[in-house]
Design a protein around this ligand. Structure first.
Ligand code: AFP
Length: 358
């Protein structure tokens, strides 16, 4: 009997219900944000479905091209040759497809004016008949070098409000991250999960594939105050600066008698930040001699993740200042980033402060 009741949980908190509830707290609201968000959610569902099918489509496509009368060895030769030749191509296609999906979803929402995507060199200015009061910065498929091995990848987004009705320009998105009104990511992994903050905490929704709905599974996520995991590409260690080198050394050989931290690094920001958010610890992509500004992009990687971390009780630091206080000058600008548990980020902040004092 209970089983049956479980099958008809129409009282579940879907993401649409959640956002409508939030909207009802602001009686003056006209529902523009709800409409924008439902278009982002639609984009995530499309990309999730494309990512899930990617590996299968490649195999089915190849099998279909093969003459079943051919000898077994010829079959194997063509199969593997085509498989390897198609790897890079497939990856590129999924990036481009995801970008198209989000641009179309955002423009057709009628609620956006400026869009900045990792995939496009220039910002997209929405035609006047379809314009709205929001600007969206996003990376449609972050971690795409991980597609071919089936590792988690994701979409990252941040939302700003236009404060005027003049012609939109890039100035509308070249604002500090603390002016974002919402940020989130969708992770395409063993499950598809959307993590969102509209400035009132961080909430996680898991896609129920049978319903096609994101269900609230992780309400009010709080990052542990201190963690025991550090996450960094240690292959770059020879080029790090003093404070980063010292910090990672301390993770491995703590001086206060505490146990060494574990290292976890996927190389997909969404996956690494998601784990950090849930388990605690620190994610770092520091500056190094080769990349003095680090690798990650301010608008659609650093800011949204920093926003989520702060909303969950953690911190995000650039090596010089609070990440959300950066004011980007270019839409694809990069910045070093250290984010995660409050105490862990506090430690790296102290090391940079000590270096500055010296
Ligand atoms: P790709 O999209 O090229 O895979 O880059 C992913 C990414 O921007 C971010 O998701 C990772 O945290 C970071 O790069 C990994 O960079 P390294 O490969 O240099 O460690």
């Amino acid at each position: 009997m209970d089983h049956e009741a479980d099958a008809f949980r129409t009282d579940l908190m879907t993401i649409t219900r959640f956002v409508l509830n939030e909207q009802s707290k602001y009686p003056e609201s006209r529902g523009d944000f709800t409409i924008l968000l439902s278009n982002i959610v639609l984009g995530c569902k499309f990309v999730c479905s494309a990512v899930n099918k990617a590996g299968l489509a490649k195999l089915i496509g190849l099998a279909g091209d093969t003459n079943i009368q051919a000898s077994f060895f010829l079959f194997l030769f063509i199969y593997f040759l085509t498989f390897f030749l198609s790897c890079g191509e497939e990856q590129k296609k999924l990036d481009v497809l995801s970008n198209d999906v989000f641009i179309k979803a955002l423009v057709s929402s009628g609620r956006t004016s400026v869009l900045v995507s990792e995939e496009d060199e220039e910002a997209t200015f929405v035609e006047s008949s379809k314009r709205g009061k929001y600007c969206v910065v996003f990376d449609p498929l972050d971690g795409s070098s991980n597609i071919d091995c089936g590792v988690s990848i994701g979409t990252i987004f941040g939302i700003y409000t236009m404060e005027h009705s003049d012609e939109p320009t890039t100035k509308d998105v070249l604002k500090p991250g603390n002016e974002m009104v919402a940020a989130g990511y969708c992770m395409y992994g063993s499950s598809c999960m959307l993590v969102l903050s509209t400035g009132t905490g961080v909430h996680g929704f898991t896609l129920d594939p049978s319903l096609g709905e994101f269900i609230l599974t992780h309400p009010d996520i709080k990052i542990p105050k201190k963690g025991n995991i550090y996450s960094v590409n240690e292959g770059n260690a020879q080029n790090w600066d003093g404070p980063t080198t010292k910090y990672v050394e301390r993770c491995k050989y703590p001086k206060d008698g505490s146990p060494a931290k574990s290292l976890r690094y996927v190389g997909s920001m969404v996956a690494d930040v998601h784990r950090t958010l849930l388990y605690g610890g620190i994610f770092l992509y520091p500056a190094d001699k080769k990349s003095p500004n680090g690798k990650l992009r301010v608008l659609y990687e650093v800011f949204p993740m920093a926003f989520l971390m702060e909303q969950a009780g953690g911190q995000a630091f650039t090596g010089k200042k609070r990440a959300l206080d950066l004011v980007p000058k270019k839409i694809h600008e990069r910045s070093p980033i250290f984010l995660g548990s409050y105490d862990d980020v506090e430690e790296i902040k102290a090391l940079y402060a000590a270096e500055e004092n010296n």
